[in-house]
Design a protein around this ligand. Sequence first.
Ligand code: ARG
Length: 585
Amino acid sequence: MASVPSLASTVQQRLAEGLSAALPEAGSADPLLRRSDRADFQANGILALAKRLKGNPRELATKVVEAIPANDVLGEIEVSGPGFLNITVTDAAIVRTLAARAADDRLGVPFNESAGTTVIDYAQPNVAKEMHVGHLRSAVIGAAMVEILEFTGEKVVRRHHIGDWGTQFGMLIQYLEEHPHELDHKDAEVTGEEAMSNLDRLYKAARRLFDADEEFKTRARRRVVDLQAGDPQTLATWQRFVDESKIYFFSVFEKLDMDIRDEDIVGESGYNDMLNETCRLLEESGVAVRSEGALCVFFDDIKGPDGNPTPLIVQKSDGGFGYAATDLSAIRDRVQNLKASTLLYVVDARQALHFRMVFETARRAGWLNEDVKAVQLAFGTVLGKDGKPFKTREGETVRLVDLLDEAIDRASAVVREKAQDLTEEEIAERGAQVGIGAVKYADLSTSAARDYKFDLDQMVSLNGDTSVYLQYAYARIQSILRKAGDAKPAAHPELALATSERALGLHLDAFGEVVAETAAEYAPHKLAAYLYQLASQYTTFYSECPVLKADTAEQVENRLFLCELTARTLHRGMALLGIRTPERL
Ligand code: ARG
């Protein structure tokens, strides 16, 4: 596993050498390199430097160019405009770098030197409740961040903070105690659908009784107390709800082609034993104060609509604990026991105020500090085609499973229409991979903070910025590689490259930098955008440069080499997003 410096970083290095040779007084000035349309790269750093040194920028630029030692990476350097450098790298340098990438399993992508431990809180549905489209985003974005961070060398601990605790369980448990067979199964093998319909039926019945029957209400309230006190029978009944819900969650995660592990599910209940101590520590340190019986944390800059400060309530006046006490306890656990250096929360933007207050409280308490940061990767709302929050025609929230099934149906139709040599079984398998890929990609390709429209027509379209487009690009490359027969991909740095070959090559070379940026900024959409550009560059290359019918055997090999590296980069990049790339479509 050898990491490969990108051409951009090599050019940067050469320029920096030239700079300090020509202008030792400049210290370590940044040449400010970026990709450019005019040449391969442009460096703008000399302008600022000239200002600082009170020199003529064009003269300085010329001096720098002359001072760059002879090398076989930089082809042409031209001083242009007020003192920019336009830099073209040699064709040979492009092919050589790509060959080094191809020789590495990781495509030469370096590890992050300052990697630490990130605890990532994502995919957190609620027990005994249907998963809806809001739970999709947390799961999809979180799973992508897990892959991306792990690929850069970060140690990642996954935490699924499921909603498995709270007053509503009193009602559910009491009802099940009184109707003990309501969760029984007909068969040994319980499907996710069946589990959910059991829970749904039970929830509705319990709610009906709770609203109609005062005595049941009293018994239900007593159950909450029993649950919090750890009464064994109450806990056993509660466990049945959790287990039944997990059957359902796992079926949805499986449909999402997502690997969720039981040991990573640590729901709200998992922090129950810490709640008292969390409150005690906050109160003793003065971070939280009693106000009308409740334990509260106040903030200067957080006020409600009436202008009065809105506190974070850690413990209610009746002694009950809420969402905040649990999250604060989870922070202590993640920092002190799991040794996290970063806490990442993939949670709806509508919970931003909650997390701001929780993080600030944890900072005041010393649980978060310079060595441990907490970040909410906040995501926007999923909207319907009409631009309003996504609802069914009856105005109900949309069940996630229904959406996924519909996506798979639509995708299967697309696959079937294009299928040439696929069996029915293959169509079904590809349909699922394309459909789920489409849903994930649509979510990941817009920046998380923004709302987006759930539009299946657009998502499974073969043209435009969709996963299907990327999957077809990948499958097309595989088909070329299969047709190549005896011709094998091989890099030939001695060959001159066509314009579209250079463009594709330079883009392939940037993969590592894009992955690093995506990881550092928690921005999967940057990787998605990169992959889309890659597929587009490939399409241009493919239409301009015959591969198997190229002029010489070397050229055939070199183009096959570009094809193969493109395929591997697409495959790796899509895998980082949690999306499959079928070999045939
Ligand atoms: N279960 C919550 C919901 O459905 C999300 C939990 C987010 N994570 C956390 N640590 N608060 O909205």
